[in-house]
Design a protein around this ligand. Structure first.
Ligand code: 5GP
Ligand code: ZN
Length: 136
């Protein structure tokens, strides 16, 4: 179902115009209004789900197939040197629009962007403990 109060529902379903790169029955891929790099795009499911936790499995798997199609186009047409897929869930993770989306960020040598985290340290015991917590 689409939500009347959700901007990405409106865009995905064509009620608000966007620069659309790809569309099928379940998805629309649009250019981001504040691009990190040239060609930065967003994969939007047409059906509302706030985030990955709410996303139906068949939409989750379909989204990566769409990413692959658009990635091939970006590589061919934009001649990007690399590509980041970024997907934020929850405010703590940097999500600002509560409608599931995957960022596709073409990367160019020396584009000056940083899509990074600070690597931490680990111990065998620490890794074992968190593995047990997640899988137990
Ligand atoms: P998030 O921070 O939730 O992972 O990413 C939201 C993204 O949506 C941002 O990169 C932002 O620039 C983009 N965005 C927000 N509103 C609009 C809009 O109305 N149209 C488009 N094309 N992009 C939007
Ligand atoms: Zn929505």
């Amino acid at each position: 179902m689409k939500r009347d109060d959700c901007i990405f529902c409106k865009i995905a379903n064509g009620d608000v115009p966007s620069k659309t790169l790809f569309e099928d029955e379940r998805f629309r891929v649009i250019l981001d209004l504040a691009p990190a790099t040239r060609g930065h795009a967003l994969i939007l499911p047409k059906e509302h789900a706030a985030d990955l936790f709410e996303l139906p499995e068949e939409i989750a798997s379909g989204a990566l197939v769409v990413a692959k199609k658009v990635a091939a186009k970006m590589s061919e047409k934009l001649h990007c040197d690399g590509l980041n897929l970024v997907q934020n869930n929850g405010e703590a993770a940097g999500q600002t629009v509560a409608h599931f989306h995957i960022h596709m960020i073409p990367r160019y040598r020396d584009d000056g962007q940083q899509i990074n985290w600070i690597p931490g340290g680990s111990t065998e015991e620490g890794l074992e403990a968190v593995k047990r917590e997640i899988t137990g």
